[in-house]
Design a protein around this ligand. Structure first.
Ligand code: 13P
Ligand code: ZN
Length: 268
């Protein structure tokens, strides 16, 4: 079974569960955060084209994503409500044969879809396009306003990718296991734009997680659980740093010799 074909199960369990985690972590205030998963086929109930709600033009085509299908969060939808049910904010889109338009489908037969996909659709589609192009196993993307990571990028010293990664790795030696090359850092750019989508894709070519300066984090995974794990471990590292600082101490950081050995072991 492909990672996308069990989507009905994911809609009823793992998607609401991750939405709940994001809300409980405080990373999804108001409508913050979004998720998407590429699936292989429409759930059985939507095989007829009549269940499509409407067709929309994309600002550009996404070669490689012809006829691709995604389950994703709607624009302005609240994670705390998706946590109750996927019907409270998830939808399905299918791109057309030229990957320049999409149709919307509800996630269940008795749902009305009167909303559009997340405003970060340009980034989600561009990252999926890159994952398909490179034959990567990842199919899920999670974006959240990870407080600890946002806070770090408000500190001038950590607005550089190298410094930021050195800090995160030294706070949590297991980061290289889940993120062999650490996190990419995208500087402050207007969200929802092609520009931030492009900058994010460039970083995802060599990282499994990307931090948007002063905004939050994006992570990819084989499923939403794995994408969430990657944000979670980065947040843990940042929070160890802040816990030491707020107790009046300076974190020592893991021994650099040990760090080097761990990195060598896990970096491909
Ligand atoms: P959406 O509600 O459009 O997904 O926006 C949330 C967000 O986090 C934008 O960066
Ligand atoms: Zn956001």
């Amino acid at each position: 079974m492909s990672a996308g074909s069990d989507i009905i199960a994911q809609l009823s369990s793992s998607i609401p569960e991750i939405a709940r985690f994001l809300w409980e972590k405080g990373w999804a205030e108001a409508n913050a955060g979004n998720m998407s998963i590429r699936i292989d086929e429409l759930p059985q109930t939507y095989h007829s084209a009549e269940s499509a709600v409407a067709g929309y033009e994309l600002p550009k085509a996404y070669p490689g994503l012809e006829d691709a299908i995604f389950v994703l969060t709607g624009a302005g939808k609240r994670m705390r409500q998706i946590a109750q049910s996927s019907q409270n904010g998830m939808l399905i889109i299918q791109l057309n044969e030229k990957a320049g338009r999409y149709k919307i489908f509800p996630v269940s037969v008795d749902q009305e879809v009167d909303f559009k996909p997340t405003s970060e659709l340009p980034t989600h589609l561009a990252v999926h396009q890159m994952m398909v192009k490179h034959g990567m196993p990842e199919r899920a993307i999670v974006h959240a306003h990870v407080t600890e990571l946002i806070a770090l990028t408000h500190i001038e010293e950590y607005t550089g990718e190298e410094n930021l990664n050195n800090l995160l790795w030294s706070m949590h030696p297991e980061i290289p296991m889940m993120l062999p090359h650490g996190a990419g850092l995208v500087p402050s750019i207007m969200p929802g734009t092609e520009e931030i989508a492009h900058a994010t894709v460039e970083k995802f070519k060599s990282h499994k997680a990307v931090i948007w300066e002063k905004h939050g984090g994006f992570a990819i995974g084989n499923d939403v659980q794995e994408a969430f794990d990657r944000l979670d471990i980065l947040a843990k590292a940042a929070s160890i740093y802040f816990t030491c600082k707020s107790s009046g101490n300076t974190a020592q950081g893991v021994d650099s010799d040990l760090m080097r050995k761990i990195k060598t072991k896990f970096q491909p």
